[in-house]
Ligand binder design. Structure first.
Ligand code: A3P
Length: 288
C-alpha cells in the first residue's frame, strides 16, 4: 500500500483524498440525519478522537464494549469520510457521528432534524501545534514545512477544513437553539467528570456518579493512548508513523508556549483578533 498526499477542494476547503472522495461528499450531502443522531463537531485537532471515545459511553450508559471492540473511525464515523457508507447500517442506536464540516456544509436533513450537536473548541494556538506534529506523522498529508511556514498556512486557511476562525464563527452563529452545546478542550482537560456530566445532561441520559467516573477514567489521555481501538496503532505505518510523532502526543492545554516565539505569538494573536473583529463572538481564552 502506498499513501498519497493529494487533496480535493470542496466548496473552498481542502480535504485529503485518503479519507474523502467525490462519492463520500455526495453521500454526506444526501445523508438522512435522524432526530436521535448526535454529532460531535470539531475543527481538526480539537478533540475529535476524544469525543469518539466519550459519546458511545455516555449514550449507552457506560458499556465499554464499543470502545474495546470497534476502531474509533467505524464506532463514531466522520460524516464526510468514505467509511460512513460502509458502516452506517452497523451503527448503534442512537447514532453518534463526528464531523469537521463547517456549519454551511451540513446536509439539508440535518437542519430539519432534531439531531443534537456538541461543538468542541480548542485554543487555536494548541490546535496549530497539534496539527503541525500531526502533519509530520500522517503520511497522507503534505509536509508542514517549518513551524513558521505552517503558521502562515494555518492563519490563511490553506490547511484542512479551512480557517479556524471561519469554523468557530460559523458554528457559533447557528439557528440550532438548544440543539447545540459548546464546550472547550480546555474544560474537558481540566475536569473530565464535569464535562461528562454536562454531556449526560445535554443528551438526557441521567448517568449516575459512578458511571460518570468510570467514563472519565476510560477516556483519560493515559488510558486512550493504550487503547488499540483508538490510538491508530491499527493503521499501517505508511499512513501514520508514530515514530515521527505519536497521535496521542501530549494531550494538554498550553503546549503552544513551548513552540511559539514572541514574534510568532504577536503575529498569530493579531491575525486571529482581526478575523474575529466586529463579531458577537468572543474567545473563552486570553490570546496573549
Ligand atoms: P496534542 O497533539 O496536543 O497532544 P483530534 O482528535 O481532533 O485530531 O485531536 C487530537 C488532539 O487531542 C491531540 O492533541 C491528542 O493528544 C488530544 N487528545 C486525544 N485524546 C485526548 C484525551 N483523552 N485527553 C486529552 N487530550 C486528548
Amino acid at each position: 500500500m502506498t499513501s498519497s498526499t493529494e487533496y480535493i477542494q470542496y466548496h473552498g476547503i481542502l480535504l485529503p483524498l485518503e479519507a474523502h472522495s467525490k462519492e463520500s461528499l455526495e453521500y454526506a450531502e444526501n445523508f438522512s440525519v435522524k432526530d436521535t443522531d448526535v454529532f460531535a463537531v470539531t475543527y481538526p485537532k480539537s478533540g475529535t478522537i476524544w469525543m469518539q471515545e466519550i459519546l458511545p459511553l455516555v449514550l449507552n450508559g457506560g458499556d465499554l464494549t464499543p470502545i474495546q471492540t470497534i476502531p474509533n473511525w467505524d464506532r463514531v464515523p466522520w460524516l464526510e469520510e468514505k467509511r460512513l457508507a460502509l458502516v452506517v447500517d452497523q451503527l448503534a442506536s442512537p447514532r453518534a457521528l463526528v464531523t469537521h464540516f463547517p456549519y454551511r456544509l451540513m446536509p439539508p436533513s440535518f437542519h430539519t432534524s432534531k439531531a443534537k450537536v456538541i461543538y468542541v473548541m480548542r485554543n487555536p494556538k494548541d490546535v496549530m501545534v497539534s496539527s503541525y506534529f500531526f502533519h509530520q506523522m500522517a503520511e497522507f498529508l503534505e509536509d508542514p514545512g517549518t513551524f513558521d511556514e505552517f503558521m502562515d498556512k494555518f492563519l490563511e486557511g490553506r490547511v484542512l477544513f479551512g480557517k479556524w476562525t471561519d469554523h468557530v464563527k460559523g458554528w457559533r452563529d447557528t439557528q440550532l437553539g438548544d440543539r447545540i452545546m459548546y464546550i472547550t478542550y480546555e474544560e474537558m482537560a481540566k475536569d473530565l467528570p464535569a464535562a461528562v456530566r454536562r454531556f449526560s445532561d445535554f443528551l438526557g441520559r441521567n448517568l449516575s456518579e459512578e458511571v460518570i467516573q468510570k467514563i472519565a477514567e476510560h477516556c483519560s489521555f493515559k488510558t486512550m493512548k493504550t487503547n488499540k481501538m483508538s490510538n491508530f496503532s491499527l493503521v499501517p505505518k505508511e499512513y501514520m508513523n508514530h515514530d515521527k510523532s505519536p497521535f496521542f502526543r501530549k494531550g494538554v492545554a498550553g503546549d503552544w508556549e513551548n513552540h511559539f516565539s514572541s514574534e510568532q505569538l504577536a503575529r498569530f494573536t493579531s491575525a486571529i483578533r482581526k478575523e474575529l473583529e466586529g463579531g458577537s463572538f468572543s474567545l473563552p481564552w486570553s490570546m496573549d
